[in-house]
Write a protein that binds this ligand. Structure first.
Ligand SMILES: [Zn+2]
Length: 261
């Protein structure tokens, strides 16, 4: 596929307080003007249809779907998820899904682990890569990926914060590692950014959730800033920015099979 200069491998376009499709469209267009393709994460069923509608309108938008929400009556929702993954050509991944221990271990941890496992089953069933969320739960996340044979489909771990050793383990399990704005300036993360082989490295904004790259700090976060994320990673790696742009774009196209449309 021509025209993909950059890929923001992880962005949230719609949310509880951001349901305006026009605002999302404007954001996608600003990205398109710079050659940025977006993988939009719709991890709540409520936003599946609207996100897919946006993808119909915008060539530079692909979608990952998940049903990671405590309120979902699961069996029916999972059936719908499988159906959409099969029927919608713009759906290129399953996620984001995973575990998050940043606040505290969730009281419903067993249920969350089950949900995580179920998404891996679905990804394998529909043969799509996984988008994994790891909120300081790397050990358990990697264990479940291994137990459920996520390797069959692989995918990416987004905003990775495990150790360099855990990053290499994730790579052994078939995953690429994605870095965002804070990785470009938070010193303790630099070693991690340096430790991932270039052919397993992805860039993301996780907009609007995450802080943007430093030079964009007062602007809120949006997908087009992935250009700055890539520049920042290139600096840390001591690689030419244009070179890293090419590498991360090729990696994203490979992981999400964006050229198979
Ligand atoms: Zn996210």
């Amino acid at each position: 596929m021509v025209g993909i200069r950059y890929v923001d491998t992880h962005a949230h376009l719609l949310g509880r307080d951001r349901e305006n499709l026009d605002a999302a469209s404007a954001c996608i267009e600003r990205a398109a003007e710079q050659g940025v393709t977006i993988i939009a994460i719709a991890q709540v069923p409520r936003f599946w249809e609207a996100t897919l509608k946006l993808a119909e309108k915008h060539d530079n938008l692909f979608v990952a779907l998940a049903a990671a929400h405590p309120d979902n009556s699961m069996i029916e929702t999972f059936e719908r998820l499988v159906a959409l993954c099969r029927s919608e050509p713009r759906v290129v991944g399953v996620g984001e899904i995973g575990l998050d221990y940043r606040q505290a271990r969730p009281s419903d941890l067993a249920r969350r682990k089950d949900q995580f496992r179920e998404h891996i089953h679905i990804a394998r069933e529909v043969n799509l890569p996984l988008v994994i969320h790891d909120g300081k739960a790397t050990h358990d996340v990697l264990k479940i990926l291994e137990e459920e044979m996520a390797m069959d489909v692989g995918g990416m771990i987004h905003f990775f914060t495990g150790t360099p050793r855990q990053a290499l383990r994730a790579i052994e399990l078939g995953f690429s590692i994605s870095f965002g704005g804070p990785h470009t300036y938070a010193r303790p993360l630099a070693e991690l950014v340096r430790s991932v082989p270039l052919n397993k490295l992805l860039a993301e904004t996780d907009s609007p959730m995450l802080a943007p790259p430093r030079n964009r700090k007062n602007q809120g976060n949006e997908p087009v800033f992935v250009i700055d994320v890539i520049k920042g990673i290139a600096e840390i790696r001591g690689v030419d920015a244009e070179e890293l742009r090419k590498i991360t774009t090729a990696n994203a196209i490979r992981v999400f099979r964006l050229d198979e449309e």
